[in-house]
Structure formats: structure tokens, C-alpha cells
Ligand binder design. Structure first.
Ligand code: AMP
Length: 585
């Protein structure tokens, strides 16, 4: 398939903000893609060349792109980049200049673009920079201007066509089951008519379920195209491939928790640590974060405990690693161990300095059996039986009691807080494990006023002695209906001048600089990637920000490096928080 055909879809997707229209364009395109190319196309439409859980990353620095554009066009891209604020558009503009002089030599194929981009991730050793420049400029030399735009954006992993997971799922359903479900979409009216709603929802749910366990739309689209609906049942959970973690909504207190999950319920300590989904297969252990990133190499201590203490040929468990002080043996807050997550060197030393205890709270797969449909009480039994000789400060099942008595629950809650935990979890004994969903088979109860996890979408350079730093940050929450980030405030408080004191301006500036999308005077626009936790005094309605709300006196509490922008506070959450504070007042 010609790359130009894919680029045609990118352009349509970029030119509309309507979710249904995006699903329509993508589904019409998918109908034309043949099986052999479907897996590559599915990744490329998401701006990727590896599934999200794959540890390989394209990893190309801006200076390499500038050199590659220079090699293919003969023009230095830096100035145009600064003017357009978008390196993809800069490449497009410069390719257009060059094109007047020479006609591009050969039409690009999807295969060629995909293969060159994948190769970028595998290069190592001397001469790597030159090889990378060559791979990219080779593509750019054959690219039309608009193709150059998307090649560059894919290279920097910033496609910007606004395609969320829900839209891709719907596009797959429309493309392959549209006829069976009798759906009809009109672009003019932006309306979807579904004649056979029951049938339609069956397909949507089945595709979603399959996606939850493989996290890869390529596999799903391919199997559906080849084998239809029946094919989906072949998609099986496999240890080694991460699945989306189940999430837990917040309850207002213990009574509210019981109302949501029912009585009796299992109450567990809510450890303030770092979620780990741990897989074992053929004696190999893999650890994934809640964002499904592979952090196995950073936690050799956890791998050791798991192989020593958990029985089973193959399994997937869900757990929380909590840091403790190596001298006092008391639990310490998440911030202290968070530095282990990205660490690439001195790993053994870090493991000694910041030891963790693993608290296992769920099991999803055990010795060839997928357990997600089993009730929680049964999963817990299996879990306890898998752990031989639980050991304090190493590995154990999460502390649990089963009760329907509020007084007992209150005292367990107090005991958990006294032990240095964040609160408790209250879990429905019959609840299944629902990957990726905040369904309420378990809820969290914690005493603090709910903080907000927001993503940074903009910032302003400081003045005077802060002029080398980004000093004020525009933050946004997620509107799940439109798949957009909507602004909710500006924060400059809670950030430190010295790095020893906590999250500092210098640290944030370093993190944000490489993902600046556009600069205008002192204001910069930032790729929504960095998630921060915010405290605030109150939520107010406000016309100033696109969410329609504003955080009053927001203050940065912490970085949330383990969270992806998809997982942040939603506009719906904000509405609930807003209403609940009104109730209080
Ligand atoms: P939150 O991060 O506030 O949404 O709370 C949910 C998180 O608490 C989960 O993602 C886990 O990382 C963590 N957690 C700690 N202890 C438990 C537990 N016993 N059961 C489930 N999750 C837990």
C-alpha cells in the first residue's frame, strides 16, 4: 500500500475534531487495507511502530531530525521549526521548497516507512547518529511535503491526529461488523444510526475485551478481518503481554464503600507505593507499571522475591511495591522509591538504598488459566495458596479482613493509617477483574481531600532569577467524550527552587523542554505527557479555562510519573468534586 493513502487518512483525522467522524474515516480506510499490511497500518494510525507495551522506542533527538531534514532538502530546518512551532510542518514546508527543484524519486510504501522507523530503535554503538540520519533522510527524500509532515511526527512519536483508543475500537467495529449491526453514519449530520443496537454493543464489548487483554489493535484487526467475530475468542491472555490494570473509584467513607460494593466485603490496606503487574512464564519474570511499561530491569530485588516465594509455572499477579526505610523499617511515601522507576544504572545500589516490600493483592492468571471472570474471593484464595512463606518486608499477600461490621471496618482503617498507609480498599467479594475499568468492584477510602491528577499542556518562562526556568504551568484534565485535554488552571506553587527540596523548577524545565510544541514569546505549548498531582482549595466554575472550571489556589503535590495522560482526572470527576464540595458548604 502506498504511504500516501495512509497520509490521506491522517489528514482527514487531523481536520476534524468530531469523534464519530474520525471513527468513520478510519473505518472506511480499514475496509481497504489487506490482511498482510493490517498490523503495520494499525500501529501507524496510532503514530507507533511498536505496541505500547513493547520496550523498544524510536528515540530520535531533535538535532537528528534537523540534520535529516537538512540532508534531504539542503535547508537548515531550525528557523522554520521555530516559526511554525511544529517540526512536522517545518519538514513539510521545506520539502515543498525542494520539490520545485527536483521531483521526488520514488513513491513511498507503508512497508518502507514502517521498516525504516522500526530500524531506528534497533541501532546501537558507533555511527548510530549517522545511520539514524540516513534512515530518516532516505524517507524524506522520497516523500511529498505532506508525507514529510507525518513521517517526522511519527518519528518523534507525536502524530497529533487526535485518535483515542475508543475511536479506534469503534472504527474496527464499523469496518468489520458495520453490516451485521446495520449502522449508518452521515458525515453531514455527524449522526450515527444503529438499527441493531444489541448486536452492535456485542461487537463493541467483544473488541474492547480483546483489547484489554492484548493491548494491541493490530492483533485484533487482523484476526477480525481474517476470522470474523469468532476470531476474537482466540485472543487469549498470555503471560509476558501486559493487560490493562483494574482501577478503583473513591468512596466518601466506609458506609459509602459498603453501599457501593455490598456486604460483607474484603477490606485491605491501601499501600502508598508503586503498582506492579508481575508476569511469570518459562521461569522468566517481567514487571510492568500501571502504564504497562516494562520495568523488570530496575527491580532485580522484586524478581528475586517473586521467583523465590511464588509458586506456579506461569502467572500474572497485581501488586503494590511499597518503599520502607532501611534503618527504621517504616513505610515511606511513594516519592522516595519513584526514582527507582527510570533508573538505568547503579540498580543494585538503588535496590539496597530504597528497598521495597511487595504486597500482592490480586491474581489474574494462574498456570494456564485466565481468572478474570472468577469472583474476587476465589482469586484471593488462589493468591494466598500461591505464596509460600510470606515474609514481612519482602513479599506477602495484602493485609486483609472480611467484615460487614462498620465498627470493625473503622478500626481496620485506623490500623492501616497508623501503619503508614494511605487508607483502605474495600472490595466486592463477587467482583470480577475488569481490566482498564473503574467499575467499582473495589473502592478506595482515604482521608485526604481528593487531589487532582492533571497533565501539563503549557507553561511560561520565568522572569528575573527564574528566567532560565519554566515557572508557571497550564494544566488540563481529560474530557473523555471528546478525547481532548481541557484546561483547568495555572500552577506555580508547590514547586521548589532547589532540587533537594522536592520537585523543582529546574527538574520540570528539563522534563518539559524536549516536548515543547510551540513557543510564542514567553508562553510555550507543551505536548500533554507529564502528569502532576495537584492540591487546591476549591473548584470554581470559570469561563477562563476550556474545562469551564478552575482550581482555586492549586499547588503541586508531586509528579505522577507512573500515570499516563489517559489516566488523569476526567472532566466528569471534576463535575462530581464540584458538586460534592457544594454539598459540604
Ligand atoms: P489511586 O492511585 O488513588 O487511584 O488508588 C488505586 C491504587 O492503589 C492502585 O492502582 C494500586 O496501585 C494501589 N493499591 C495499594 N494497595 C492496594 C490494594 N490492597 N488493592 C488494590 N490497589 C492497591
Amino acid at each position: 500500500m502506498k504511504y500516501a493513502e495512509l497520509v490521506g487518512v491522517y489528514n482527514k483525522l487531523e481536520n476534524t475534531s468530531k469523534r464519530l467522524e474520525k471513527a468513520y474515516h478510519l473505518s472506511e480506510f480499514l475496509k481497504k487495507v489487506d490482511s498482510a499490511e493490517l498490523d503495520k497500518v494499525m500501529l501507524l494510525v496510532q503514530g507507533k511502530v511498536f505496541p505500547s507495551w513493547d520496550e523498544r522506542k524510536i528515540g530520535v533527538a531533535a538535532r537528528i531530525l534537523i540534520k535529516a531534514i537538512q540532508t534531504s532538502t539542503g535547508i537548515n530546518a531550525e528557523k522554520t521549526w521555530r516559526e511554525t512551532g511544529d517540526i512536522g510542518k517545518a519538514a513539510e514546508k521545506l520539502t515543498a521548497c525542494k520539490e520545485q527543484a527536483t521531483l521526488f524519486s520514488q513513491e513511498l510504501s507503508v512497508d518502507k516507512v514502517f521498516d525504516n522507523l522500526q530500524k531506528l530503535a534497533t541501532l546501537e554503538g558507533t555511527g548510530t547518529v549517522d545511520k539514524k540520519i540516513k534512515l530518516i533522510s532516505e524517507l524524506l527524500t522520497s516523500a511529498s511535503p505532506i508525507e514529510a509532515r507525518y513521517i517526522i511526527r511519527t518519528t518523534i512519536e507525536e502524530l497529533r491526529v487526535g485518535l483515542g483508543e475508543g475511536t479506534i475500537r469503534d472504527a474496527i467495529v464499523w469496518a468489520y461488523f458495520g453490516e451485521q449491526a446495520k449502522i449508518n453514519y452521515s458525515v453531514e449530520e455527524n449522526k450515527l444510526k444503529v438499527e441493531n443496537r444489541g448486536e452492535y454493543m456485542k461487537y463493541v464489548d467483544a473488541v474492547q475485551e480483546a483489547y484489554d487483554v492484548v493491548n494491541d489493535f493490530s492483533i485484533i484487526a487482523k484476526i477480525v478481518k481474517q476470522k470474523g467475530f469468532e476470531g476474537l475468542s482466540e485472543i487469549k491472555m498470555k503471560p509476558g503481554i501486559p493487560i490493562k490494570v483494574m482501577l478503583y473509584p473513591k468512596a466518601k467513607g466506609i458506609e459509602d464503600a459498603y453501599t457501593i460494593v455490598g456486604k460483607p466485603a474484603a477490606l485491605e490496606y491501601k499501600y502508598d507505593g508503586f503498582r506492579m503487574q508481575i508476569h511469570k512464564k518459562n521461569k522468566t519474570i517481567k514487571i510492568f507499571t500501571r502504564r504497562l511499561e516494562d520495568v523488570t530491569a530496575q527491580f532485580p530485588d522484586v524478581c528475586e522475591y517473586v521467583s523465590e516465594k511464588i509458586e506456579g509455572e506461569s502467572f500474572i499477579i497485581d501488586s503494590e511495591a511499597v518503599g520502607y526505610d532501611r534503618f527504621s523499617k517504616k513505610y515511606i511515601a511513594f516519592q522516595h522509591i519513584s526514582q527507582r522507576i527510570k533508573r538505568k544504572y547503579d540498580i543494585e545500589e538503588m535496590a539496597k538504598r530504597y528497598p521495597v516490600e511487595l504486597n500482592v493483592f490480586d491474581v489474574i492468571y494462574y498456570n494456564g488459566e485466565n481468572l478474570i471472570k472468577k469472583p474476587f474471593s476465589e482469586r484471593r484464595k488462589i493468591l494466598v495458596s500461591m505464596i509460600k512463606e510470606p515474609e514481612y518486608l519482602k513479599l506477602k499477600p495484602a493485609e486483609q479482613v472480611m467484615t460487614e461490621n462498620t465498627a470493625d471496618a473503622e478500626s481496620f482503617y485506623q490500623k492501616s493509617l497508623d501503619a503508614g498507609n494511605e487508607g483502605i480498599m474495600v472490595k466486592n467479594l463477587q467482583g470480577i477483574y475488569k481490566p482498564g475499568a473503574r467499575v467499582g468492584y473495589g473502592v478506595k477510602v482515604k482521608p485526604t481531600m481528593e487531589t487532582v491528577d492533571a497533565v501539563i499542556t503549557g507553561a511560561e518562562w520565568g522572569e528575573g532569577k527564574r528566567s532560565a526556568w519554566l515557572a508557571s504551568f497550564i494544566v488540563a484534565v481529560r474530557n473523555t467524550e471528546t478525547d481532548e485535554f481541557v484546561e483547568i488552571g495555572r500552577v506555580g506553587t508547590g514547586i521548589k527552587e532547589k532540587s533537594e527540596e522536592g520537585v523543582s523548577f529546574g527538574q520540570l524545565t528539563e522534563m518539559l523542554k524536549p516536548i515543547i510544541i510551540k513557543e510564542e514569546g514567553r508562553i510555550v505549548q507543551i505536548k500533554p505527557e507529564i502528569v502532576i498531582e495537584l492540591d487546591y482549595e476549591e473548584i470554581q466554575k470559570s469561563p477562563t479555562y476550556s474545562s469551564g472550571y478552575a482550581l482555586r489556589f492549586p499547588r503541586l503535590v508531586n509528579l505522577r510519573e507512573e500515570r499516563s495522560p489517559e489516566e488523569i482526572t476526567t472532566l466528569e470527576d471534576i463535575e462530581i468534586l464540584y458538586e460534592s464540595q457544594r454539598g459540604r458548604g
